[in-house]
Design a protein around this ligand. Structure first.
Ligand code: EPU
Length: 438
């Protein structure tokens, strides 16, 4: 366990780093392997702690895993799936929300599943009501007990007509992972259609599933009796790529992010262009650089895909503290994802948060006492401070702020960043950052 991480800011990040598979696809593709009758093989798998957690959860359910961290390959053999002890699930699940997605595959394979107390970043209440409703729609019985939720499907699972109240990424994945082997047809209205979900659909189709996506964000799944394993290369991590882009720009640097893919990052790239950041798009990656002309402010609103994704919001807010003028940020996906701004203010930023919906539209958090809009007044020089990582993206955003600040920052809880940023220490070294651990 790292005691403390120190960053001496003010050095431009320069050079090249590589991003591999998306954290938010890899874990779901790993769960999908449970549905196959033969081995699955995943490539471009990043070495992040979420992959380690899901590997352990698969192992305790009898899946054999072979992993080459450096090559980024993962072989999963689900031919002997078995019940796991609740204590083992609990021990490995600790900091992840992934166990909830094991339900559909385990119900198909074993007729039962257990969801322990869930972790994940504290960026809102993050309830699981949509997931439980979805499972009930398929005919599962949900029994909430003291140490977890027990789910059974004694009569098997049947396709259903479902409409999500909000296009939740996780609930859409829950439907996909359950419907592919349910009896009959499932129609899901108001589905989330993030690129990671499309990639999961690609994985499932490789396994033998029949899934179509309509233009109105309805997904139709025709259940099949049997699925095989798959071979798949994960789509690149667009959140990691955007985070390094902001780090490059906040430090007035110049970084080529190899592996960053334009298609899934269009909305983010538009915002960077509009505020005057240097963006050169290539087939094998994207270069982000300071043009020397200064940045202008922006008004952004986070949304489901193809909107501006919520996970880009935190690193972008740090960048906006360095832009000229007043920026407005309206967070509409999570009710509590702006708490991290108070530490930025301690570092010299000028960010005010509001309960009102500022910007274009009214969202479901308006008038409900959630500080979910921010006004950022820039540019403000940042100074080093002692900070504690609040959550994964907020933590990386503090790291960005520390890299751009005058003086030294001390960051506590840096290990949380390992959940989603592969070898970030090596990448910082490669880009010339000045940091050390004690
Ligand atoms: N929600 C409910 N009930 C539910 C499920 C969700 O009310 O049963 C609400 C949430 O509280 C939230 C909204 O719906 O306000 C959207 O949540 P969603 O279900 O879409 O999020 P998720 O599936 O839990 C994934 C990513 C998040 C990312 C969101 C949105 C993974 C492992 N996590 O979470 O990623 O922010 O989609 O794109 O895929 C991260 O990578 O740091 C991260 C938090």
């Amino acid at each position: 366990m790292t005691s403390s991480f120190y960053v001496r800011g003010g050095k431009p990040l320069e050079g090249e780093i590589t991003v591999r598979g998306a954290k938010n696809l890899v874990s779901k593709a790993m769960v999908a392997a449970l549905l196959g009758e033969t081995e699955s093989f995943l490539t471009s798998v990043p070495d992040i702690s979420d992959v380690r957690i899901v590997s352990e959860l698969l192992r305790v359910h009898g899946v054999k895993i072979e992993r080459d961290k450096e090559a980024g390959t993962l072989r999963m053999d689900p031919s002997n799936v078995e019940r796991a002890h609740v204590a083992d699930i609990d021990a490995h699940a600790g900091s992840s929300r992934i166990p909830i997605l094991f339900c559909g595959p385990l119900l198909h394979r074993l007729g039962e599943a257990v969801i322990p107390d869930l972790g994940g970043c504290r960026i809102g209440t993050r309830p699981i009501n949509y997931h439980l409703d979805v499972l009930r729609n398929f005919g599962a019985h949900v029994d909430k007990r003291e140490h977890g939720i027990y789910i059974t499907a004694p009569d098997g699972l049947r396709g259903a007509k479902i409409r999500l109240e909000y296009p939740s990424v996780g609930a859409t994945e829950q439907v996909l992972l359950t419907a592919v082997r349910a009896q009959g047809i499932t129609e899901l209205e108001n589905a989330a259609v993030e690129p990671e979900i499309e990639d999961l659909i690609a994985v499932l189709q490789k396994m033998g599933a029949i899934i179509s996506l309509r233009t109105d964000r309805t997904i139709v799944i025709e259940g099949v009796e049997k699925l095989n394993g798959y071979r798949h290369r994960c789509l690149p991590d667009r959140i990691e790529a955007a985070s390094w882009a902001c780090a490059a720009l906040v430090t007035h640097g110049d970084v080529f992010v190899r592996g960053a893919e334009q298609k899934a990052m269009g909305t983010f790239l538009n915002v960077l262009r509009k505020i005057g950041a240097g963006v050169d798009i290539h087939d094998d990656g994207i270069r982000f650089y300071d043009t020397g002309e200064g940045l202008s402010s922006a008004a952004i609103e986070t949304d489901v895909h193809p909107g501006f994704m919520t996970d880009w919001q935190q690193p972008l807010v740090v960048l906006l503290t360095q832009a000229n003028g007043i920026s407005i940020v309206h967070e509409t996906v999570y009710e509590n994802r702006l708490g991290f701004t108070s530490a930025l203010n301690d570092m010299g930023a000028q960010i005010q948060v509001y309960r009102e919906c500022l910007g274009g539209s009214r969202c479901r958090f308006g008038q409900r006492n959630y500080n979910h809009s921010a006004v950022v007044n820039g540019p403000r020089p940042l100074k080093g401070a002692e900070i504690t990582v609040p959550d994964l993206r907020g933590g990386f955003s503090y790291l960005i702020a520390a890299l751009g600040a005058d003086g030294t920052s001390q960051i506590h809880g840096i290990d949380l960043i390992d959940r989603g940023y592969e070898s970030f220490r090596d990448k910082l070294t490669k880009l010339g950052a000045d940091f050390w651990e004690e």
